[in-house]
Design a protein around this ligand. Structure first.
Ligand code: PLP
Length: 449
């Protein structure tokens, strides 16, 4: 029996990333409040938020310092834009802090409001820069199958998942996809991780040569694939990819929308995997998701091109109303201060062994073909047959089934692509809560079988 609020939801909302037909029968999970790593629905039932919302509420659900700083900024100056050279203190302070911790060569920050628009900006900057440099043919961008980069026309094109392309007339021209680096699923029989990485790097090189290096501008990748299944890279992968990109003057855009700010046990996933990126997109945990904000890190050579273009053609014609929103920037400044003061990276490193041990233990279950993770992000692969790695038919929705049982048990996880489940709790989670999270999921799995 659906509640009155649920009925009103069905009558009024189109939900993102939802089976809209099923939703009419099942209805929504309506959350009302949160505390620590828990969220509570309208009936008062508590859930461990095993996904930190959508990989984002790093400091949990009741951080009073963030609420305070937001209220203070709301009272002082709830909005000013940063168009036409206008500015404000929180935007400047945040840019300074980001420059201090950036793992890429950085000169300036360009703000947005979502991960999608940050990656859209990356695409536009690549195009704009290459036109300005007099090489208009160098525009193609290579992404990866199962990579996730957002939903705008350009960022959804970068995304390598069928649901984002089918019947949306995407991807747009000039966006190419190379193989997904998921060793368990895509390695050939007997192929080691290193061999797999070498094969993928060779495939990337072939693609660049086939297209013509003079036409390929950039490559984009998440250090750990999120929506593609919480997939950690195979051994040697980024080192080999980096070597290919350097050989053909192809920029590396690191999409750290999920991995930024401590998730992998370093401030950035770029550091965890020693990858060398030219520019970086971040969002989500930049404000612990208490406000929508994203940032693109721009290197000095790219910035110089932008300034030069302004000398030639005037205004840099890009940016949205809420770019550098003062409330978002003030919250982000405080968030970064808390990460440093409370040594959140140290905390992630301390509790990650427990998280990974419990995650890996799931692989003992007959339904779990693989469990993989780093820091406080991980995923499992549900299979019909462990020996052959045979997959369930997507229609069976086995991951969604386990997710629904988890919800009954008081846990939120994220089913992905039919047979994968992701775990990505708030970074403040403690060891007892990690145990409780996996105890609840083990009970859900037992019911799924
Ligand atoms: N990039 C990555 C790696 C993401 O995981 C996401 C969202 O989950 C995005 C980009 C898009 O961010 P948003 O949903 O804020 O537009």
């Amino acid at each position: 029996m659906l509640s009155n609020l649920a009925v009103r939801d069905i009558e009024t909302l189109v939900h993102p990333y939802t089976n809209l037909a099923t939703h009419r029968e099942v209805g929504p999970l309506i959350l009302e409040r949160g505390e620590g790593v828990f969220v509570y629905d309208t009936a008062g039932k508590g859930y461990i938020e095993g996904m930190a919302g959508l990989w984002c509420t790093s400091l949990g659900y009741s951080n009073e310092e963030l609420v305070e700083v937001a209220a203070e900024q709301m009272r002082k100056l709830p909005f000013t834009h940063i168009f036409s050279g206008r500015s404000h203190d929180p935007a400047i302070e945040l840019a300074e802090k980001l420059k201090e911790i950036a793992p890429v060569p950085i000169s300036k920050i360009f703000y947005g409001a979502s991960g999608s628009d940050a990656n859209d900006t990356q695409v536009k900057l690549v195009w704009y820069m290459n036109n300005a440099l007099g090489r208009p043919q160098k525009k193609k961008i290579i992404s990866r199958l199962k990579g996730y980069h957002g939903v705008t026309v350009a960022s959804a094109s970068l995304t390598g998942l069928p649901a984002n392309h089918t019947d949306f007339d995407l991807p747009i021209a000039g966006i190419l996809h190379t193989s997904c680096p998921h060793h368990y699923r895509f390695a050939q029989p007997g192929e080691t991780e290193l061999e797999f990485s070498s094969r993928l790097a060779a495939e990337l090189e072939e693609m660049i040569l086939r297209e013509g290096p003079e036409t390929v501008a950039a490559f984009i990748a998440e250090p750990v694939m999120g929506a593609g299944g919480a997939v950690t890279p195979p051994e040697g992968y980024f080192e080999k990819i980096n070597a290919v990109l350097a050989k053909y003057d192809v920029l590396f855009i690191a999409d750290e929308v999920i991995t930024g700010f401590g998730r992998t046990g370093n401030m950035f996933g770029t550091t965890t995997y020693g990858l060398k990126a030219d520019t970086l997109s971040c969002a989500k945990a930049i404000t612990s998701a208490y406000f929508p904000l994203s940032a693109v890190m721009i290197s000095e050579p790219i910035y110089e091109v932008l300034v030069d273009q302004s000398r030639k053609i005037g205004t840099f014609g890009h940016g949205n109303t809420y770019a550098g929103h003062p409330v978002g920037c003030a919250i982000a400044v405080k968030t970064l201060e808390i990460y440093q003061r409370d040594d959140i990276v140290g905390h992630v490193r301390k509790v990650a062994p427990k998280f990974l041990q419990r995650l890996e233990k799931l692989a003992e279950h007959p339904l779990v073909g693989e469990a993989r993770g780093v820091g406080l992000i991980g995923g499992i692969e549900l299979v019909k047959d462990k020996a052959t790695k045979a997959q369930f038919e997507a229609k069976k929705g086995v991951a969604a089934k386990s997710g629904a049982f988890a919800q009954d048990e008081g846990l939120i996880v994220r089913p992905l692509g039919g047979d994968r489940v992701a775990f990505c709790p708030p970074l403040i989670i403690n060891e007892a809560e990690i145990d409780e999270m996996f105890d609840r999921y083990e009970r859900a799995l037992a019911k799924t079988l």
